[in-house]
Design a protein around this ligand. Structure first.
Ligand SMILES: NC(=O)c1ccc[n+]([C@@H]2O[C@H](COP(=O)([O-])OP(=O)(O)OC[C@H]3O[C@@H](n4cnc5c(N)ncnc54)[C@H](OP(=O)(O)O)[C@@H]3O)[C@@H](O)[C@H]2O)c1
Length: 341
């Protein structure tokens, strides 16, 4: 093979890994697969297949992204190409309308069937609220049977998620969009504790306290929307939102390194100890993100400068999960350390 015909890409052996409390190793960058209601399933699936050829081994899926059946075709091809199942790290998530005790196992089985897999590496409860809302709905949409977080109910769901491990359908289980008070209850009551927690994390939303809590409890933080989700749906935008990739500190570091500001955000999350899962459907961009985590690290001065631009700017606020009139999205996030009822 001539030098010019070698495909671009990154040796997966060079990608940093996180060791979970079980001893399993998870690649410290994954490809997000939420098309934000604008990138069609076929395009996301094509990106998954190509990203694997370029060295990605970790993929963040969810039933609600409505593309698992397409992504499953890509996984089938990836496995046929000679990449072994054990080399991949595949996550899926239980959607909010499937928290019922009888719904959890069938829901996981459906994701497995769609993804053409025998087991998942990680299965998460996507949100701590069982509140259904239709896909693509408006930010003002509220479900008639919306409920606050009720720990007893969450534990009933968690018991079923634990059974998935016993059954061999999921190797690990975890949480997403949790807060410290909710996690404290779960850690008290779980038979199998969560191995990861997915959380919004980007330079303008660093969530240091939650990050430190997770680390102190042996839970790996997965950073979602690590670039500040510039392509997120209109329903997830408010006038107060700030833009990480336009922040002068990020822009200046990117200029010096000759990369897009998005790559600086991904590098920062990984170097800070999280596992970023940036979405991209563009080869140039998902390749640049992967290269970003294997290239020379940001300087300690860069890391200090980025630590200084946190704005506590939550982008994925979750308004559709509110359960009574007159509430604001802050009520979902237990800001004063108490679970709102
Ligand atoms: N657990 C949860 O509740 C939850 C919530 C939100 C997200 N997530 C997960 O996290 C993943 C990522 O979050 P996200 O999709 O909200 O946002 P994100 O990863 O912060 O941003 C994705 C956007 O950045 C652009 N981008 C990516 N790399 C780039 C680069 N190198 N240069 C320039 N632009 C670049 C992409 O455009 P192009 O496609 O044009 O590259 C896309 O519009 C999701 O896909 C999903 O898997 C989970």
């Amino acid at each position: 093979m001539s030098a010019t015909s070698i495909p671009p890409g990154v040796d997966p052996g060079l990608v940093p890994q996180r060791t979970l409390y079980t001893g399993a190793r998870m690649p410290a960058i994954g490809l997000g697969t939420f098309g934000s209601d604008r990138v069609p399933a076929e395009e996301v699936a094509a990106a998954v297949k190509d990203a694997a050829a370029l060295g990605y081994r970790h993929f963040d899926c969810a039933s609600v992204y409505a593309n698992e059946d397409r992504i499953g075709l890509s996984f089938r091809e990836i496995l046929r190409s000679g990449i072994r199942r054990e080399e991949l790290w595949i996550t899926s998530k239980l959607w909010n309308d499937k928290h019922g005790e009888d719904d959890v196992i069938p829901s996981c089985r459906k994701s497995l069937e769609d993804l053409r897999l025998d087991y998942l590496d990680m299965y998460l409860i996507h949100w701590p609220f069982p509140n259904f809302h239709p896909p693509g709905c408006d930010v003002t949409s509220r479900s008639g049977d919306a409920r606050p977080y009720i720990h007893e109910n969450y534990m009933k769901t968690w018991r079923q998620v634990e059974r998935l491990v016993d059954m061999g359908l999921a190797r690990h289980i975890g949480t997403s969009n949790m807060t410290i008070p909710k996690l404290q209850l779960l850690l008290r009551d779980a038979r199998i504790k969560p191995a990861v927690n997915e959380m919004e994390m980007h330079p303008h939303m660093q969530q240091r306290e939650l990050f430190d809590f997770l680390r102190a409890n042996g839970i790996e933080p997965i950073a979602y929307s690590p670039i500040g989700s510039p392509g997120r749906p209109a329903r997830d935008r408010t006038p107060e939102d700030t833009v990480d990739i336009e922040d002068p500190v990020i822009v200046e570091i990117a200029r010096r390194l000759g990369v897009h500001p998005a790559v600086v955000c991904v590098k920062w999350a990984c170097q800070a100890g999280a596992t970023p899962i940036p979405f991209s459907a563009s080869r140039r961009n998902y390749l640049a993100n992967l290269q970003g985590v294997v290239s020379p690290p940001l300087t300690s001065e860069d890391m200090r400068a980025i630590a200084g631009i946190d704005r506590n700017c939550r982008l994925i606020k979750g308004q559709v999960f509110l359960w009574k009139p007159g509430q604001s999205w802050e009520d979902l996030w237990d800001l004063d350390g108490v679970i709102k009822q």
